[in-house]
Design a protein around this ligand. Structure first.
Ligand SMILES: [Zn+2]
Length: 291
């Protein structure tokens, strides 16, 4: 065996105090037990903490799962309503055709003799190659135009109705009605454009509606005749008068005196010939009387 040399011994001597201090730091058994208990306590706490965390994560997972189920259910509901919408969109072309023809049927009789076109009609492009949503938009666009046209017609119709004379110029029996009759002179059928109201000469004749005096005539088969303009293409005419109290252009109100009955013109006896014209065409005045 090799003897240790000096440097080795010196190193050993130098290290000795260190070794001693290490040995001195080693705790006694009771201290070690205490240390061990503390470590165990800390481990227990750590485990409890981990357990709590894992419980929390489990709860989180459950919440996420429930949320996923709810999302899936709402997706299903959305899909169902989309399917229903898709079905309705497929039916739309048929419905559009029905509505377009219905509008045309409603508006075309009113569109006669009008200056402005009513804009009746469906979409002119072929609908086969359009997506349902485009079809829907086109439909809504056309429909709103038709509704506006219908609104205009309704307003004008309301205006015409308001302008129509709803009272008779005098109250008495009707000697001769509106329409076809046998001529009192020739016995031949003739068209009577108004009604003949029984009245002795000098009976007060009142305006059947407010308006403006359109014309006053003193010659012709109507004799002394006044024509009133009530606006909206509505006129009323009072014939065979003995005297006239108004002048052309004068504004008259409902029930205002316009003259007195007589027997002028082509008349067999004193009476009032009363006539209502709409857009130049005679209509039966009795149909307009408010009941
Ligand atoms: Zn007459």
């Amino acid at each position: 065996m090799r003897r240790p040399d000096r440097p080795f011994l010196a190193a050993l001597l130098l290290a000795a105090p260190l070794c001693h201090s290490v040995l001195a730091a080693d705790p006694p058994p009771e201290k070690r037990l205490e240390l061990l208990e503390r470590t165990v306590g800390e481990e227990r706490e750590r485990l409890q903490r981990l357990s709590r965390e894992s419980e929390f994560q489990a709860h989180e997972l459950e919440t996420l799962r429930n949320r996923a189920i709810a999302v899936a259910a709402s997706l299903q509901a959305t899909e169902d309503s989309l399917t229903a919408l898709e079905r309705r969109l497929v039916e739309l072309p048929d419905e559009m055709t029905t509505w377009a023809s219905l509008h045309a049927a409603l508006l075309s009789p009113l569109a006669r003799d009008r200056r402005a076109p009513l804009g009746v009609g469906g979409p002119s492009r072929p609908i086969g190659d359009l997506e349902p949503i485009d079809l829907l938009l086109a439909y809504v666009h056309d429909e709103s135009q038709r509704l506006r046209a219908l609104g205009r017609v309704t307003r004008e119709a309301g205006g015409i109705l308001a302008a129509l004379p709803s009272r008779l110029p005098l109250s008495s029996a009707v000697n001769s009605g509106f329409g076809l009759r046998r001529s009192p002179w020739t016995g031949e059928p003739e068209f009577h454009a108004g009604i003949d109201l029984a009245a002795t000469t000098g009976t007060l004749v009142k305006a059947a509606a407010s308006g403006v005096v359109r014309s006053v005539d003193r010659a012709g088969s109507y004799g002394n005749v006044v024509t009133l303009d009530h606006g909206r293409g509505v006129e009323s005419r009072y014939g065979h008068l003995a005297s006239i109290d108004v002048i052309p252009g004068q504004r008259v109100e409902l029930d205002q005196r316009i003259g007195l009955t007589g027997n002028t013109g082509r008349s067999t006896a004193p009476h009032l010939h009363y006539e209502v014209l709409v857009a130049g065409k005679p209509v039966d005045p009795r149909q307009l009387i408010a009941r």
